[in-house]
Design a binder for this molecule. Structure first.
Ligand code: SAM
Ligand code: SF4
Length: 474
């Protein structure tokens, strides 16, 4: 390898800021992308190695259309190593907020938005409505407000887990909420959450200060070290993210890779997931649009991210159109949402393709397909839609990379578990056409299994599901 390992100016320590803006820009300005170097970096990633900042910068600096296509092709090849699409759905618990993020419809100064906090009964009816469509994994989302403290969040998690509707149940609850102190994270961990997500929004300190004027969120370092505190409290499945469109996408991409290095250096495990939302229209949006990311830049940056962190789960949301989602899914996105409605209380009153009520929403979403439409599309494209929660239930947390690095893990665990959750869905919720297509895909996948004794075991479990048993996994 011609590239030397990073000698970062800021040494990684627990709960200490690790972003040096000059350093990140330095990589972008000093690593030219020759064809040879770009190919060498792609090859390193395909060999299942995480890329350094310098190597990521080489991919970022590749502007020749043929090289960009080679990068995308590399990302598509990596996808072969991802077995299927996990589905998790956001549900907004409350939109009270004391912050003033310039890009968000829920900001404190927006008096056009209706402020709602779901009470226990509301939440139960939302969850029941989701379970009745077949959802098994949720992301609970909260504004930042004293009312939504650790005890409140933990209580909502417990409520969600307690709701059972027919064969429906929620098996994994992830959280997207403000950072808290270590004691707060401990309270939430005790409620048995899956992943805790906090997006830094922008890693660029000056831009951060400009778009966060007011409230606790204006403290860049408190937010940046938020997931360190979660780790200290024992939450080892953490999700990072950047909101693309606030600052130069090249810088944000390196920021995400730097955040990943930080976790690896200090906690010996990278983030479980990375999210890369792009700014969408919101009520009272107040933004400098000069850093908005075009579709072609967006697909390019996701391909680079895929190559930079081959072991990390990537989350794609309904903020993007179905067309962009289809392209990006080819790069091995491991989690999507399906049937998303980010209107407060929107699931229980949902009609198909209902008009969005922007004054109840944080921002506008662009993929309004129902869960079954998404399931059907995934099956059609030969992805296995997955509601798998096995690793989390068996304590295999904090080590997402295990799926990729332990030989045979995907074949032995992920793929069969994904298939079994798909069969549950086909039995309990799918209309006949989706059911027929789903069973054809299942048979194709079963036929691909070479280990005959394992195939027999899996077929037995699938038959048990058809006979009415639920929640089986390896
Ligand atoms: N209030 C908490 C916070 O800010 O971290 C958690 C929930 S916030 C509702 C979830 C994420 O939505 C934010 O981190 C931000 O990245 C994203 N978001 C906010 N406004 C957006 C917009 N206009 N378009 C796309 N994403 C947006
Ligand atoms: Fe509040 Fe989060 Fe919206 Fe900022 S992004 S205004 S913290 S809900």
């Amino acid at each position: 390898m011609i590239f030397r390992p990073e000698k970062l100016k800021i040494k990684d320590q627990r709960m200490v800021s690790f972003i040096d803006s000059d350093e990140l820009w330095g990589y972008i300005h000093t690593t030219p992308a020759t064809k040879e170097k770009v190919r060498e970096v792609i090859a390193k990633s395909l060999d299942k190695n995480r890329l350094t900042l310098a190597e990521t910068a080489i991919l970022i600096n590749a502007t020749d259309p043929d090289l960009i296509e080679e990068i995308k092709q590399g990302a598509r090849m990596l996808k072969e190593k991802v077995y299927g699409q996990r589905i998790a759905l956001p549900i907004y618990i409350g939109n009270l907020c004391t912050n003033n993020c310039s890009y968000c419809g829920f900001k404190a100064t927006n008096n056009k938005v209706k402020r709602v906090t779901l009470n226990r009964e509301d939440l139960i009816s939302q969850v029941r409505a989701l379970e009745d469509t077949g959802q098994k994994r949720l992301i609970l989302v909260y504004g930042e407000h004293p009312k939504y403290d650790a005890n409140f969040i933990a209580e909502s998690v417990r409520t969600v887990y307690s709701v059972k509707s027919g064969p429906g149940e929620i098996r994994r609850v992830n959280i997207n909420a403000a950072p808290m102190d270590i004691d707060g994270f401990r309270i939430i961990k005790d409620a048995k959450i899956g992943t805790y997500q906090i997006f830094q929004e922008t890693y660029h300190r000056e831009t951060y200060a400009r778009v966060h004027q007011g409230g606790q969120k204006r403290d860049y370092d408190w937010r940046l070290t938020g997931l360190d505190r979660a780790q200290e409290a024992g939450i080892d499945d953490v999700g990072i993210g950047a909101l693309f469109g606030l600052y130069d996408w090249r810088f944000e991409l390196l920021g995400l890779v730097r955040h990943t290095n930080h976790f690896e250096a200090v906690y010996n495990v990278g983030p479980h997931t990375i999210s890369f939302p792009r700014i969408q229209y919101a009520s009272e949006l107040n933004l400098d649009k000069s850093n908005m990311v075009s579709d072609s830049e967006f697909t390019r940056l996701v391909a680079i991210l895929r190559l930079a962190v081959p072991y990390t789960g990537l989350i794609l949301t309904a903020r993007e159109t179905a067309a962009i989602r289809d392209e990006i899914m080819q790069f091995g996105v491991s989690q999507i949402d399906g049937g998303t409605n980010i209107e407060m209380g929107g699931y229980s009153k949902r009609k198909e393709h209902e008009e969005q009520d922007i004054d109840l929403e944080q921002f506008q979403i662009n993929d309004n397909r129902t869960l079954n439409e998404i399931m059907d599309d995934l099956i059609e494209q030969k992805y296995i839609p997955s509601f798998c929660t096995a690793c989390y239930r068996l304590g295999r947390t904090g080590e997402h990379f295990m799926e990729f690095s332990v030989p045979g893990f995907i074949k032995r665990y992920c793929q069969p578990n994904a298939l079994m959750t798909m069969v549950e869905y086909l039995e309990d919720y799918a209309p006949p056409e989706t059911k027929a297509k789903g069973y054809l895909l299942m048979q194709e996948k079963l036929d691909e299994i070479e280990d005959e004794s394992f195939k027999i075991k899996l077929t037995e479990k699938i038959n048990q599901i058809k006979d009415g048993q639920r929640d089986l996994y390896f």
